[in-house]
Design a protein around this ligand. Structure first.
Ligand SMILES: NC(=O)c1ccc[n+]([C@@H]2O[C@H](COP(=O)([O-])OP(=O)(O)OC[C@H]3O[C@@H](n4cnc5c(N)ncnc54)[C@H](O)[C@@H]3O)[C@@H](O)[C@H]2O)c1
Length: 247
């Protein structure tokens, strides 16, 4: 029960990687706040709560909107009075070649994937600095390190997260708040189900471990960075990709 007594926020936790992260913290005994864009998140919260016998609160909202983030943190402070762990996981894709990409689709991906990390981390770090304790973990991607055809908006957002993570880490390290990122490779979720079979085959053929990762593989890396074992690690991006970046 390594997370007992801890209050952990996970954004974009209705499914996939976010849900696996929330379940990993629940297994460790944390009290959890999960968010997603629709009210269905309340049912997800109930399911996780009854499976692991911990308190889980579901809050619907759009983490790229300042007013929704303000509401979210008012709820967290009213109900729990603190926040120990903040995982910025919410993300979307709107893939197409750069020359066909609309400015609206560029902005939409930057807003949900990067602006949200700024807004949520800012709100969390203000509280964490006063507490002199906190762990922030941001979900990047290996695509932010190597680029990818059809993902200029997504790659820019995920590279931006790495820069934001390093900057914020430097700013608040002296207050015992760490800020790190996780960069998953190819993980089997609804997001990657949308990719064509050909693109999937190409990705899989590049992975030295010859298989896609699971949401649980990513959840374990996030749990490590949020744990006391990682207390001297900050500003780091932990790649979890079965060796994909090696090729
Ligand atoms: N699946 C992969 O291979 C992979 C690889 C690298 C990085 N990632 C990153 O991991 C994270 C999770 O990916 P996934 O595959 O589980 O995706 P997913 O599409 O299965 O889940 C995304 C979650 O984010 C939520 N969300 C989307 N927009 C939101 C918003 N504006 N406000 C609040 N919540 C919002 C959705 O409701 C959902 O719960 C994303 O940031 C993604 O970019 C995924």
């Amino acid at each position: 029960m390594e997370f007992q007594g801890k209050i952990a926020l996970v954004t974009g936790a209705s499914r996939g990687i976010g849900r696996a992260i929330a379940e990993r913290f629940a297994k460790g005994g944390a009290t959890i706040i999960v968010t997603a864009t629709t009210n269905a998140i309340e049912d997800v919260a109930k399911e996780i709560s009854s499976k692991y016998n911990v308190e889980v609160l579901g809050v619907a909202g759009n983490v790229s909107k300042e007013e929704d983030v303000e509401k979210l943190f008012n709820i967290i402070l009213d109900k729990f009075g603190k926040i120990d762990i903040c995982v910025n996981n919410a993300g979307i894709t709107k893939d197409t070649l750069s020359m066909r990409m609309s400015a609206d689709d560029f902005d939409a991906v930057i807003n949900v994937n990067l602006r949200s990390v700024f807004l949520v981390s800012k709100a969390a770090s203000l509280i964490m600095m006063k507490q002199k304790y906190g762990r922030i973990v941001n979900m990047s991607s290996i695509v932010g390190m190597r680029g990818n055809i059809g993902q200029a908006n997504y790659a820019a957002s995920k590279a931006g997260i790495i820069g934001l993570t390093k900057s914020l880490a430097s700013e608040i390290a002296r207050r015992n708040v760490t800020v790190n990122a996780v960069a998953p490779g190819f993980i089997d979720t609804d997001m990657t189900k949308a990719i064509s079979d050909k693109a999937k085959e190409d990705f899989l053929s590049m992975i030295p471990m010859e298989k896609a990762g699971t949401p649980e593989d990513i959840a374990e890396a996030v749990a490590f960075l949020a744990s006391d074992a990682a207390k001297y690690i900050t500003g780091h991006t932990l790649v979890v990709d079965g060796g994909l970046l090696l090729r």
